[in-house]
Design a protein around this ligand. Sequence first.
Ligand SMILES: *Cc1c(COP(=O)(O)O)cnc(C)c1O
Length: 361
Amino acid sequence: MKRSESPSPQSVIREDIRALAAYTVHPAQGMVKLDAMENPYGLPGWLREELARAVAGAQINRYPDPEAPALKALLRRTMDLPQGFDILLGNGSDEIIAMVISAVARPGAVVMAPTPAFAMYRMSAILAKAEFVGVPLAPDFSLDAQSMLAAMQERRPGVVFVAYPNNPTGNLFDEAAVCRVIEAAPGLVVLDEAYHVFAGRSFMSRLREYPNLLVLRTLSKLGLAGLRLGYAVAQSDWIREIDKVRGPYNVGVLTQAVAQAILEHAQVLQEQAAAIRVERERLFAELRRLPGVEVFPSEANFLLLRVPDAEAAFQGLLARGVLVRNLHGSHPLLDQCLRFTVGTPSENALLLAAFCEVRAG
Ligand SMILES: *Cc1c(COP(=O)(O)O)cnc(C)c1O
């Protein structure tokens, strides 16, 4: 028997999901790709060969070890993680953000972050049916501790996300202001240190002081965005609960094997990060000389800048083969703002030349 109406997405998919816009990634084939905070340097040939050997030896017929003890031990050693705290691994730190939010998302739960913030905090909150509350930063992008405290008092968030340095603004918030937020928070505070290698500042050593603190990191911005590996460090009673949300085999055999092979040579990535920091300062100085351009100080691997017409600049750069990110319209504080990922010296030279052409009209 043929039915008159077959089931459609409209009849079963949640309204709030249907109302979402999918996360769009701009096609980048053949472009100078400066839109996604990737490390522009590849790995040296000798290290690629070690990765090939690690992959060749991986047992992909077996499920991965869900606890990944060897990888965790290596992270502890190479990333200077404090003893006495547990580690949770994720398929990128994106997955850990989603896990933390799922774990706290009881009915009526609030997820809070100073905004503009990393987009996945809001996205994951919506998916978990939690309410996302953004608390605007001050116009100079500093953390407004007073309004964070007031908002926390009123809305009682289960979790507060603070990116340190912040994306998309690039700055490090005042440490004392962050401490006030952690001390006053009624729940968990996630310090998202996706860019810590470019900042040289971290809350990792303060885990002992703050039992409600979870420090989140990723290998993506360090140079392994394609690998998808993030990690969280916190007291074991928090990690034990959040771990229940995790799919047991969320970090695959190949990811574990490749991450271990690379972390044995973590200094290669650290040196690349150091080169990116030098380039960041050079690019900052060059951009600051341009009249009509406001560049904001950054402790990350990207620069936020304000121009007279962000869409025209974005399109002009695109036409010249340079892909950056236009943030205009994404938050009131980001009026006419662009975000440039710091590339190699030659990529940055291409960016600067194209940007000057665009500005000349
Ligand atoms: C890029 C980014 C992440 C996500 O990184 P993964 O690739 O999922 O590990 C998390 N937080 C911030 C602030 C980011 O900018």
